[in-house]
Design a protein around this ligand. Structure first.
Ligand code: HEC
Ligand code: HEC
Length: 362
């Protein structure tokens, strides 16, 4: 006989999770960081899916509930032995090894989503944790995020291998079961208990509360970044030959140096009356890199200015932009690598988030 083991929400969850993890893996491991906007979007999807799955683990249909993916260690070992001997027992829901794998996958994913949110919160001042996460802590959590990502790839590969091996040994295509929901069962098996009547509304409520709460937190003031109203004199005097760089891109010392030698400024004379010069210098040094906790302030601003005084000569900057063909910088809408705002729509805020990267077409 055949039984409907996986209900539609469980199957949707499974395949959306696959899509989300695949998107995160490709954008995280393979593509340069301008694709990270997709990584974040998929990460938010995974967060919502995990909240749904938590509700389903308690109130979903029989085989989606947590006892199914919390098998006893003895049962897991016995099952793996049986598989190695080529004679696994068919299970109606998850087999013991499969159940243990689901638990490992869900816990690793939770760790990944949590550490990812903490990382972007501190590094890019994005998302629900930007209100408290410091940059340095985020860099440490990033290591954890990357380790968990590697672990997830190993687990996912093992999971797929396990499904293929079991499918062959049991002569039942388990991937098909996760698509249709139907599985073979011994005659006379009882129909699996359906989900609780309040499971779907509760899951919808939990996901909505998570999304709403996350959005509310995202709108709190960010730790280490704040909107800085531009100084009109700075925009007028220093924003004509090139963009008016955000003060966080240079240290107070570097700004003092730049402002002390304006008459020999990169081969140009940018000299100003002393009073106007001092007012600008005062504003720049008061808002220099040391006052910020952003990615750019740490990687560019706090670093000593390169010998030629160009931001694009900074070694971290070069590494970040190595995927770009040098010819790109010569495009009419860009002109030079120093024209940050041509590609970074949020350059004047000092944030430089991946979502705001847009390379003008030739
Ligand atoms: C007459 C034109 C001119 C004016 C006015 C001018 N600059 Fe510049 N500045 C340059 C040139 C040229 C460079 C070299 C980089 C480039 O080609 O954009 C440069 C580079 C810089 C850089 C190095 C960052 C980088 O990677 O390019 C800083 C910082 C800077 N200028 C600050 C200022 C400030 C502050 C003022 C206002 C007091 C100012 N500039 C006014 C022409 C100018
Ligand atoms: C031609 C377009 C272009 C210009 C000009 C440009 N960038 Fe970028 N920048 C990028 C791209 C694209 C990336 C992401 C790396 C990738 O996807 O290859 C990036 C990455 C960054 C990052 C890291 C952001 C992150 O989220 O990882 C910072 C910070 C940054 N750029 C700062 C600057 C500064 C400062 C300037 C000006 C001195 C500048 N960029 C000029 C295109 C540009």
């Amino acid at each position: 006989m055949r039984l409907r083991v996986w209900d539609l929400p469980t199957r949707l969850f499974h395949w959306l999770l696959v899509a989300g993890v695949a998107t995160c893996a490709v954008t995280g491991f393979l593509l340069p960081s301008r694709w990270l906007a997709w990584h974040f979007a998929a990460g938010y999807l995974l967060a919502a899916l995990l909240v749904f799955r938590l509700v389903w683990a308690f109130f979903g249909p029989e085989h989606s509930r947590w006892p199914g993916f919390c098998p006893k260690p003895g049962a897991v070992i016995a099952h793996v032995r049986a598989v190695l001997a080529g004679r696994p027992h068919a299970s109606i829901g998850h087999n013991p090894a499969g159940g243990a794998m689901i638990l490992a996958l869900l816990l690793t994913l939770t760790l990944l989503v949590g550490s990812g949110l903490l990382t972007v919160g501190g590094m890019l001042k994005l998302g629900p944790f930007a209100f408290f996460m410091p940059y340095d802590a985020a860099m440490a959590v990033k290591e954890l995020h990357e380790a968990a990502a590697n672990l997830l790839m190993v687990l996912a590969a093992t999971h797929i291998l396990g499904v293929i091996v079991e499918s062959r040994l049991l002569r039942e295509w388990l991937i098909g079961a996760m698509l249709t929901g139907w599985k073979r069962a011994p005659d006379g098996s009882p129909t699996p208990r359906p989900r609780a009547p309040w499971a779907a509304p509760l899951a919808a409520l939990a996901v909505a509360a998570t999304v709403g709460g996350g959005m509310a937190l995202s709108h709190l003031p960010k730790a280490g970044w704040h909107p800085l109203p531009p100084l009109p004199a700075y925009a007028q005097e220093c924003g004509t030959c090139h963009m008016a760089y955000h003060p966080s891109l240079l240290s107070a010392d570097s700004w003092r140096q730049v402002m002390a030698h304006l008459d020999t400024h990169y081969g140009e004379n940018a000299g100003l009356p002393p009073q106007r010069r001092d007012a600008i210098a005062q504003w720049l040094t008061a808002n220099a890199a040391e006052q910020w906790d952003t990615l750019a302030s740490h990687r560019l601003g706090r670093a000593p200015l390169a010998a030629d005084g160009l931001l694009s000569s900074n070694s971290w900057w070069k590494r970040k932009h190595r995927h770009l063909d040098p010819a790109v910088f010569q495009r009419a809408a860009i002109k030079t690598s120093e024209n940050c705002a041509a590609c970074h729509r949020d350059a004047t805020s000092g944030l430089f988030t991946p979502q705001a990267i847009h390379i003008p077409a030739p």
